[in-house]
Design a binder for this molecule. Sequence first.
Ligand code: SF4
Length: 270
Amino acid sequence: MDSPLRAWRDTLEDLGVMGLVREPRAPAPEDPVPQPSSPSPVRPPLARPAPRPVAAAPAAYVPPSDPIGCPAPAAVAGAASLSDLHRIIQGCLACPLGPGRMKFVFGEGDPGARILFVGEGPGRDEDVQGRPFVGKAGALLDRMIGALGMTREETYVANIVKCRPPDNRTPAPDEARACLGYLRRQIELIQPAVIVTLGATPLRELVGIGEGITRMRGQWQRVKVGGREIPVMPTYHPAYVLRQYTPDVRRAVWEDLQAAKAWADRPAEA
Ligand code: SF4
């Protein structure tokens, strides 16, 4: 499919208008949760995930000098809780995405969650509601979490950027960089046992790995935040799963989530 047609198809999908081209059927709410069609292969023992030898570190967050709407870095660093951080940064206009948002999408879930899901950025539904992952992709994420025997409220869900990029485009690198300090402070406060990155953007912007998600999914990575090295499991974004609703893609995500859950369920190290 040429790119204009692909872009138009994506726009229609974003609008919820399906059927211009033949696509795999998106799951109905009553569909069974994604499960591999055969038992999952035995994964390697969950020894401590091997660190990537060379992964370009994300560029350091450089807060803009414009004081309007930009919380002081010291205030962000000094936020004592997620609610405190939310209050401090909710008026942020530090990058071009800020003025265009309807609602600020901070993230939500258990402040002490063992599993943190990180997506790319708010879409149309999230921008309207001020909550992450509330559209079709969010419904699928909920079902995937449910398949692990958990609820979304037992995890934490956030994005690389907290304001919607126009037309649901990928956040520009400088936009992601401007927002990354907030996510990193959230991670410091939550102290998750494992982070699951959803799609290529959070893997690139948070972990510093720019290789394609098809190649990197299922391979343990690490990110250092607040002096802690946190295992990272990259997997597909739920929106991609909806577009490519094939047994192979569902099986891959299921295996990745199972691995993340198994790691999160390990007793905390002394
Ligand atoms: S995306 Fe992040 S850095 Fe940009 S305005 Fe929104 S909160 Fe601020």
